[in-house]
Design a protein around this ligand. Structure first.
Ligand code: SF4
Length: 330
């Protein structure tokens, strides 16, 4: 499904005269790791080492690859422009080899006259074709520029929908090309526009409104439960691209200003077993917003994002609910 362009990678490694190269891959690509190493070993004189820890985004860029290798190839994510990586790091973005079929035309009854286009990295190559098809039937199509966390026009991350926000006042609805609902929900909640998911792999269209209502009910329950807690633990991520110490300090300050106890922690992986030891009523995560939202069902105690904490403590109204976002440069 993805073109890994091993010849180009081999040429890059050879041009750098590197003898050992570290490879970092998201979980869905790790099954190709041994094929990639075999293919690159046939084409170069270098040896290779896999960075085996989980990797969810360019925010997870291996911070100490120079301990193991001369350079790093990071697969499956675009760079985060506000996080300079160094010229010994190569990003292999891996666009999906799929087409739109007739899905844009099928989506027309669900879209307004003015449509914003969004996509995850793997499907960005489909955006210009979607624009052409919308314009061919008389719809206007807008592709927004994101902030300095976003590498490409129209691209959305689970933590950043700034490319949607930049054109929200010009569009009636968005067409999001990608898999899963999280990015689309982030854009829907951040822009208050309907977002239609065009999933080119499942070959299906989905509205986000029902999923949005279900998610809001779950978040309301978590916020209500946390609002009773007298003791919170505020977690900052140790990952380079998710480290928001200032947000964590502000969350702890808010909790204390309400006469409650705030403990702070820094950790790399935030999961139920990492949190199980701490005797507090609720947690606040300033790391990737997906940790609190996507994994909510796994956590026995409430795990909130910073905007949700503000609602729990009466500093923000429920009507003003929004997904947490990591702003470029933060
Ligand atoms: S913080 Fe989360 S959503 Fe943002 S790039 Fe990293 S893994 Fe993706």
């Amino acid at each position: 499904m993805f073109d890994l362009s091993l010849d180009q990678l081999a040429a890059w490694i050879t041009s750098k005269c590197w003898s050992r190269v570290a490879l970092q891959m998201p979980e869905g690509v790790k099954s190709s790791a041994t094929d990639v190493i075999d293919g690159l070993s046939r084409r170069t004189a270098a040896s290779f080492i896999v960075i085996g820890d989980p990797c969810y985004g360019a925010c997870d860029l291996c911070p100490d690859h120079r301990e193991y290798a001369d350079g790093l190839i990071h697969f499956g994510h675009s760079p985060i422009p506000s996080l300079p990586a160094g010229d010994d790091v190569l990003f292999v973005e891996m666009r999906a080899d799929v087409g739109l079929g007739g899905l844009v035309e099928d989506a027309l009854p669900l879209l307004g006259d003015n449509v914003g286009l969004l996509a995850t990295l793997q499907y960005l190559d489909l955006v210009p074709e979607a624009v052409r098809r919308l314009e061919a039937v008389g719809r206007s199509a807008a592709v927004g520029e994101g902030d300095s966390r976003i590498a490409h026009p129209g691209q959305v991350l689970g933590c950043n929908h700034s490319s949607a926000a930049s054109v929200a006042d010009k569009v009636d609805s968005f067409l999001f090309i990608g898999e899963g609902d999280f990015h689309a929900l982030a854009a829907a909640l951040g822009t208050e526009r309907e977002v239609i998911v065009l999933d080119p792999v499942r070959r299906e269209l989905r509205q986000t409104s029902e999923r949005r209502e279900r998610l809001l009910r779950q978040r309301f329950a978590a916020i209500t439960a946390a609002s009773e807690s007298q003791e919170f633990m505020v977690i900052a991520s140790s990952k380079t691209g998710q480290r928001r110490m200032q947000a964590a300090e502000e969350a702890a300050g808010l909790i204390r200003s309400k006469g409650r106890k705030a403990y702070m922690a820094v950790m790399e992986e935030i999961n139920p077993s990492a949190l199980a030891h701490y005797r507090v009523g609720a947690f606040v995560s300033t790391a990737c917003p997906r940790v609190a939202i996507d994994d909510a069902g796994m956590h026995p105690r409430p795990l909130l994002t910073p905007p949700e904490l503000e609602i729990a403590l009466g500093e923000r109204s429920w009507e003003d609910y929004g997904f947490d976002a990591i702003i470029g440069g933060e």
